[in-house]
Design a protein around this ligand. Structure first.
Ligand code: 5AD
Ligand code: SF4
Length: 434
């Protein structure tokens, strides 16, 4: 009997990327699968979905329809992830050729649903916080490590609490064990993952000593083989002084912070139930820049949330101007099922939302061009993690700039000093400093 082949497509966030790695690990270890990039030769086709905005959810059915036409006879199709959680059996009703549906909080059941035609596993109370997964990693030089599952926030625009359930922290000793194992096998960069990482330690399943995210950062940094620590996503509300101090002073923690703003208007932030004000956000960002010189700050922004006036939008533009984010992911508000905001009054017309989004992105591109000019000649420690076509190797600086140089695989997994010779908006070209 030949090997069985798995084709897996992953949409959405880093959490999904890690969930896909867990799925591959389980299928390899227990079922003898190998991954393939060719859909036509796969025995199992999986799509790990995202439901945070409406568009990709719409596209799901045409996409799996196309998979169905291209699959080889007898190949199975499974829908996993957040859209699986929120649509559940509706997926099989609409697309009866789908063999099973596996929710974002049920990853560990992959080898079970595989053998149960028509299975739908989308229980959001399922506890995966103590589950030990295999150690398949798509990139051997960096390791994603989950620190919690689910999310306890109730942001009124967000579907995630309904797809990933309530927040449970993974016991610190499991996290440390996984980080140590990964680092010792060559993944010197550890990427801690959670929906709201700096809320870590509020609830475990079972009895555990209280460990805060700041404590956890210290513990991971004490592992000798770990050279770099990144994490996503923190919440601005939980950025207390202790956390900022640890971030700024611990040399292993990479100096790039994601601070999801969502809106710059205190009134809209309240309607979103974000728990902070425009002033709090500005003060934290300023403090961060003072404490950690050279830090880069990224953010997520939603425009045209229900009730957003021109004045509210100007507040967002003002925060953009003052913080000068190095990276912005911006979205037009998308009403999501099961969320309070979809029923709010004052839904903003689509063309108004599009105009605001374009204005925000245009201004941010100008800011990026201004930053670009300053980057020329900067020297950074770059950790190389990926070979690119044309004899190029790509990596990241400590402050998360994407930098590539001419070179080959001997640079992979190494940290090398690089001078930026051709800065760009989102990626830079550099030369190794001899
Ligand atoms: N509409 C638009 N953007 C959204 N996000 C989350 N929910 C929505 C929604 N309903 C964005 C937020 C979040 C990012 C992952 O996706 O900015 O931080
Ligand atoms: Fe990730 Fe949220 Fe998308 Fe789920 S809905 S994949 S948690 S971004």
């Amino acid at each position: 009997m030949g090997v069985k082949r798995l084709y897996i497509e992953t949409l959405g966030c880093a959490m999904n990327v890690r969930d896909s790695e867990h799925i591959v690990a389980e299928l390899t270890r227990k079922e003898g699968y190998e991954t393939t990039d060719t859909l036509e030769e796969a025995d199992l086709i999986l799509i790990n979905t995202c439901s945070v905005r409406e568009k990709p959810v719409h596209k799901l059915f045409s996409e799996i329809g196309a998979f169905n036409k291209r699959r080889k006879p007898g190949a199975k199709i499974g829908v996993c992830g957040c859209t699986a959680s929120h649509l559940g059996e509706e997926i099989i009703k609409k697309a009866p050729f789908v063999d099973f549906v596996l929710g974002a909080r049920n990853v560990s059941k992959i080898t079970e649903v595989l053998h149960r035609p028509g299975a739908v596993e989308v229980d959001i109370d399922h506890d995966e916080s103590r589950y030990a997964f295999g150690d398949f990693r798509a990139n051997p030089y960096k390791a994603y490590v989950n620190i919690s599952i689910g999310c306890d926030k109730q942001c009124t625009f967000c579907i995630v609490p309904h797809t990933r359930g309530e927040e449970i922290s993974i016991p610190a000793e499991l996290i440390i064990r996984e980080a140590k194992k990964a680092a010792e096998s060559g993944a010197k960069e550890i990427f801690l993952l959670g929906q709201n990482v700096n809320n870590y330690g509020r609830r475990f399943s079972g009895d555990h000593p209280r460990v805060t995210f700041t404590d956890l950062l210290k513990m991971v940094s004490e592992i000798d083989a770990v050279e770099r620590i990144r994490f996503t996503s923190p919440h601005p509300l939980h950025m207390d002084d202790d956390f900022l101090r640890e971030f700024a002073t611990n040399p292993k923690i990479c100096k790039s912070m994601h601070m999801p703003l969502q809106s710059g208007s205190t009134r809209i932030l309240k309607a979103m139930k974000r728990g902070y004000t425009k002033e709090w956000f500005l003060e934290r960002a300023q403090k961060l820049r003072e404490m950690a010189p050279g830090v880069t700050i990224g953010t997520d922004i939603i425009v045209a949330f229900p009730g957003e006036t021109e004045e509210d939008f100007e507040d967002t533009m003002e925060v953009l101007e003052r913080v000068r984010f190095e990276q912005v992911f911006s979205f037009k508000y998308s009403p999501r099922p099961l969320t309070p905001a979809k029923d709010y009054e004052g839904q903003v017309p689509d063309e108004v939302g599009s105009a605001r989004l374009s204005r925000l992105q245009a201004r941010h591109n100008e800011i990026l061009d201004e930053l670009k000019a300053q980057r020329l000649g900067e020297v950074h420690d770059v950790y190389f993690e990926e070979l690119r076509p044309g004899g190029t190797v790509a990596g990241r600086s400590d402050n998360n700039l994407a930098i590539s140089v001419k070179g080959s695989e001997e640079l992979l997994g190494k940290t090398v000093k690089v001078r930026i010779v051709e800065p760009g908006r989102t990626a830079h070209r550099g030369e190794v400093v001899a």
